[in-house]
Design a protein around this ligand. Structure first.
Ligand code: GTQ
Ligand code: FE2
Length: 365
């Protein structure tokens, strides 16, 4: 008996399924949407709560020798329980007790730390021991040995940004414990900062253009000076106000290959224009308070809070206070740029400002 076309289609689809095949015409725009449809959602974590939980972890969780870190990851509620801030970025709060050692290891994920309170702690990156102070950016390129330690009685606390989710997706993760707690150090303290930290000048006898910045740390005093100088220049970004990207001083490239680090000052009274970009960003409020409007939702932030701007969500920043606000952030724009996928679009309605439809409510997961 002859089958109808409908019956043949039904049959065909069943056979596709049996053979582990899927025809594009049934997939709609799930795999090729008209525009990015991120799974990660705009979200905000309050510092008071993060601190309270990290402090508790500092009391009850010991650092296992040969392994781990007391790092607590942001788990974006849109990512189905994965410990990832966005589809590509990891962000964690790390707590190190006084005189503690986080043992040496190395891995392929690229890492940075931004120091909230260093309190006499240090990080040794490939034999270069740098002391951690508030506002420092510490770099940890792939496969460089690193251990963290403390010479003080006080706890240290910082945030870690890594490309763990991207590395996992690419199946490119390698991890190696060193087998001993701390690396030997045969250079002076802060060696790479002393040698290369000026940034705009370099030791004259060296000609290399290293793939990663030659200094392990960008010190806060220089960063703050750069922000103040840029503010004095009279120039600024309509979308980000006084925004600086940390770069390899010898190449001008972002400090990591897969993600970039920014520091920005939203000056008192500034309300930036909205735009959207093909990249995801994790923000950390280093100083001050204000709010950001992300896709029509108002996210009020204060010192220490962390928040997410997912891919292709319109965003603008506001500092309604009389004090400067300083935001540190990481974003995966370098990945998009390298793969030729970056796009940007200004929000043009209403003079570039979104209407606020709602205020962020963390209870609505
Ligand atoms: O401090 O070495 O948040 O290896 C995640 C993985 C921190 C670290 C993290 C790590 C580290
Ligand atoms: Fe690590």
């Amino acid at each position: 008996m002859n089958q109808t076309n409908e019956e043949r289609i039904k049959n065909l689809l069943e056979n596709f399924n049996k053979e582990s095949l899927q025809p594009l015409w049934t997939l709609e725009h799930d795999i090729m949407p008209f525009k990015p449809k991120p799974q990660s959602v705009a979200w905000l974590w309050k510092w008071d709560k993060l601190y309270e939980l990290a402090e508790e972890a500092g009391e009850v969780i010991t650092l296992d020798r040969g392994g781990d870190r007391r790092a607590i990851a942001l788990a974006n509620p849109g990512l189905g329980g994965m410990p990832f801030a966005t589809e590509t970025l990891w962000m964690a709060v790390q707590w190190l007790n006084g005189h503690e050692v986080a043992p040496a290891h190395r891995h392929t994920p690229q890492a940075i730390r931004f120091i909230v309170d260093g309190a006499g702690s240090y990080s040794t990156v490939e034999g270069d021991r740098v002391y951690l102070e508030k506002g420092d950016l510490v770099l940890n390129p792939p496969l460089l040995w690193h251990d963290h330690g403390s010479d003080s009685d006080e706890r240290a606390i910082w945030i870690d940004g890594l490309d763990i989710p991207l590395t996992k997706y690419l199946n490119a993760n390698f991890f190696e414990p060193m087998g001993k707690d701390v690396q030997e150090v045969d250079t002076v303290k802060n060696f790479s900062v002393l040698k290369y930290g000026a940034g705009t000048m370099k030791p004259a006898w060296e000609r290399e253009k290293p793939k990663y910045p030659p200094m392990s740390t960008f010190k806060w005093s220089r960063t703050e000076q750069a922000l103040n100088d840029l503010a004095s220049s009279g120039d600024s970004s309509p979308y980000d106000d006084i925004a600086l990207e940390y770069v390899n001083p010898l190449t001008g490239d972002p400090v990591m290959k897969t993600f970039s680090c920014w520091i920005q000052m939203i000056r008192p009274g500034v309300h930036t224009k909205a735009h959207r970009e093909v990249c995801s960003t994790v923000y950390f409020v280093f100083e001050g308070s204000g709010y950001s409007i992300i896709d029509g939702v108002k996210f009020e932030w204060q010192k220490g809070d962390l928040f997410i701007i997912p891919n292709w969500k319109c965003h603008e920043h506001v500092n309604p206070t009389g004090e400067r606000a300083i935001l540190f952030s990481i974003n995966d724009r370098p990945t998009m740029d390298l793969l030729d996928k970056y796009r940007e679009e200004a929000y043009t309605e209403n003079e570039g400002h979104q209407k606020v439809n709602a205020t962020f409510d963390p209870s609505k997961k």
